[in-house]
Design a protein around this ligand. Sequence first.
Ligand SMILES: Cc1ncc(COP(=O)(O)O)c(C=O)c1O
Length: 347
Amino acid sequence: MTTVNLAWQTRLAALPSLPIAHLPTPLEALPRLRMALGGDAGGVPHLWVKRDDAIGLAVGGNKVRKLAYLLADAQARGARKVVSFGGLQSNFLRALASGCARLGMEAHCLYFERRPARLTGNLLLCQQLGARLHFVPLGGDTGPRDLHRTCQLVRLASPFLPGIGRRGVAFIPVGGHSALGCAGYVPAAREILEQAAQTGFQPDAVVTAAGTGGTLAGLLAGFRLLGSQVQLIGIDVGKLWRDFEQDIAAMAGDVTTLLGAPQPFAPTDVTLFPGYGPGYARPYEPALAAIALAARAEGLLLDPVYSGKAMAGLIDLIRTGQFTADQHVVFLHTGGWPSLFATLGPL
Ligand SMILES: Cc1ncc(COP(=O)(O)O)c(C=O)c1O
């Protein structure tokens, strides 16, 4: 690993961040999953899981790394209330709710859907964590699809919602999708490389789910700044954002600029398996099969919307011969299992 420039590390270390994550998260081997997929004979690479599902702050997940910076920033600007939005089973809003509870701030969560008769999964956890839930039915699953315009809309509309107003309010974009939030995945890139080196291997690829693409952008920036050649592969869970690769490349560039070491990224630098499954949060049989396989082979809980689809994508890549048996592939587990309690019956 060659380091491009060290000044960015100082800049990163100087960013205000809250100690809400248990770091480093574990990097564990998945030997039984590898065997279940065919092992050496099947040309299956050595499989590893980076356990960001076990990162702490209630039930963990990738958003905790972003919130460590975003909530520190909100606090520094004197905010007492934090507003954001997402789907009914948003893991981000649940992580935001736990972070705000921990810091004595008010979380206001907006959903572009009707209030369900029964709160389940992440939505139930948000309520238990004391978040204020605002339901604004604007077309549900077929609602606004442009990330930046939706953020603007929420910014404009939220002061009029009960209990929000204009004073002491911080707005955090959906999924923590800002350069500051995505910078949370730069140290994760370093963790992966360091833990792999300590364990005695060099990762050939890292595979993870892409929702807003922020996790991918942060990792892309991190691996570039560290001079790593690891192949980063995102599995698009089907949110249908426009110009997704371009957006992720631009965000990776913004992250490096924030860290004082601007790097150019082109859409072709982003490896994305597009629109995995029939659409965002739609039941997808291979994802359900991947969830059952990971649960039974390794005691690992994935979710049907993000990490289950990412695992199904990884299995597809393995089955189509994209890797060799001597390679090492790290699956970044981004969490999300509370939605199992809302979306699945018995596997
Ligand atoms: C469990 C889980 N995994 C992955 C993602 C995708 O992360 P990102 O939005 O950074 O692409 C999300 C949220 O969108 C998530 O909740």
